[in-house]
Ligand binder design. Sequence first.
Ligand code: FAD
Ligand SMILES: C=Cc1c2[nH]c(c1C)Cc1[nH]c(c(CCC(=O)O)c1C)Cc1[nH]c(c(C)c1CCC(=O)O)Cc1[nH]c(c(C)c1C=C)C2
Length: 535
Amino acid sequence: MQCTHCALQQVSVCCSGSIPSGRIRYQNAWLCRSLDIVACDEAITHTTSKEAASWTSVKMKTVAVLGGGVGGLAAAYYLSKSPQVTKVILLESSARYGGWLWSTQRSDGAVFEHGPRGIRPAGAVGWNTLNLVQDIGLESQLLPVPYSHNASKNRYLYVNEKLHKMPSGLWGALQTVSPFTRPIMYSVAKEILVKKGKEDDESIHSFVSRRLGKELADIAIDSLCRGVFAGDCRKLSVRSCFPPLYKAEQRRGSIVLGMLLGSGQDQVVLPGALAKRSQEESWAQWSLLRGMGTFPETLADWLEQSGRAQLCRHAAVKKMHISPAGWEIQLDDRTISADHVISALPAEALSSVLPPALEPLIKQIQEISTVTVAVVNLEFEGSILPVEGFGHLVPSTEDKGILGVVYDSVPFPQHNSPEGVTTRLTVMMGGAWFQEVFGSPDSVSEERLLAAATEAVQVHLGVSAAPSWSKVALQKNCIPQYYLGHWKRVECMRRYIAEKNLPLSLAGSSYDGVSVNDVIYSGRMAVERLLGPVT
Ligand SMILES: Cc1cc2nc3c(=O)[nH]c(=O)nc-3n(C[C@H](O)[C@H](O)[C@H](O)COP(=O)(O)OP(=O)(O)OC[C@H]3O[C@@H](n4cnc5c(N)ncnc54)[C@H](O)[C@@H]3O)c2cc1C
Ligand SMILES: C=Cc1c2[nH]c(c1C)Cc1[nH]c(c(CCC(=O)O)c1C)Cc1[nH]c(c(C)c1CCC(=O)O)Cc1[nH]c(c(C)c1C=C)C2
């Protein structure tokens, strides 16, 4: 079995009798050095005297974190918990922390999101985020949306010029629901009999076509990939974008069996009180009273007040030099020395600051591309929606340029203006199709993007009124695309770093998942790989 995080080690499941080197005990599981689970307690039949890892002896004087997005802030947070680090310094090029977590709060109190608007509480990474939220004192600001809410139950597809509610629950799966020509359950039942694929990676479209049929791949999966990665499911990797699907096929021979029997838990996180509350109250997603942007703001304040991290804005990293003494990080106006660097920069930004001597690494990093998304917030007078739900997605066959529309007022009415009845919507456009539809992101006008968004709302939702307020945010290169072979590329990069003994860790959305939860977890993993488990 190969550890998904620690490319260097071939680890064996312990009950086969072989003990992976560097295995350590952590909570109720056995982990390899990268802290992937090797085997749960029950599976352990052998132990060695060498298992206590020597993390406690690791000392770092100064660790620099590059990038003040949520990934960098999370890395700084976990570093700040470690007594092994003397100094943590975070460098952010822009005037504010948070990267893509960015909200506008208007003077009347209405909130508009220009990046993520909801975070999933479920699973180890969801719990991990909620543990952090609880620790920094944000609990009172949470806006949870339970599974029973219309925004959780109702998601729509815009196909053949009509809105279709996506089937949900067992009853929905048993019926033929347009735009599909067969019940989803038909494809699901047949899936168990489909042979396991032989490739070490596959596009999401090919994987789903093979296992569940072309119709689901063409409509549902095409739309899903636009609604998560703003990307093209024919190019995106199933192994890197949806690891549970890939693992289910590898370990159980079927997605359905993998879901029923489990296909291996990779992360170990204990739920704190808030995460337990999210389970008890069945939250599907959550936001914050004054918008997602308050998350990084509060985390940055918490770090500054802890006195354990020095945070610098307007501190663009220009170049980095490496010597046996460590890193020299060149900013506009000064140079900073660090024993270790955790990069939470977008891949492209990291590749442009690394020293030319690391060319093989730079080349690999440059292969991770991104897409641009135009995020258009619209506000309308009155209740104008024909349906109640989270929003609708548009498959690429219907309209390449319009990815989907979020009905923000439905999940988060608390973000509406308190003055009168209004409806807030967000139209997301472009993604992998940006250039083809709108031309260069450097030359497209806001007017054109606003007109396209307003037209989509008019055509898809029958809203003829003009918006009473709008904002266009062109999010250039905002979502990394994990194309075929991404896992191998990331593995190669980490192997290169390890073989060259470079004091460098990679975190952030470019490598191990794009969701806010994944990115926060990547910051934690970077710290744990360096210093051992954080508590
Ligand atoms: C429109 C949109 C909607 C999304 N919706 C969701 C959602 O609903 N749910 C969800 O979970 N996720 C969502 N995401 C994904 C999620 O928001 C991102 O993947 C995540 O915020 C990325 O965080 P990061 O810290 O890795 O990167 P970034 O946010 O890109 O942070 C990197 C930071 O590095 C800084 N930087 C760049 N160059 C330098 C330099 N040379 N020196 C110093 N600093 C530098 C940047 O200014 C930035 O602050 C969405 C993303 C977008 C764009
Ligand atoms: C239409 C474009 C987009 C919408 N959201 C995003 C884009 C590009 C970005 C995005 N959305 C989600 C994530 C995180 C994924 C995760 O693992 O948590 C990101 C990066 C959440 C999400 N949004 C939709 C789904 C199915 C998910 C996955 C998690 C979940 O089930 O909640 C669907 C969806 N996204 C958008 C719309 C309009 C929509 C469906 C109606 C907007």
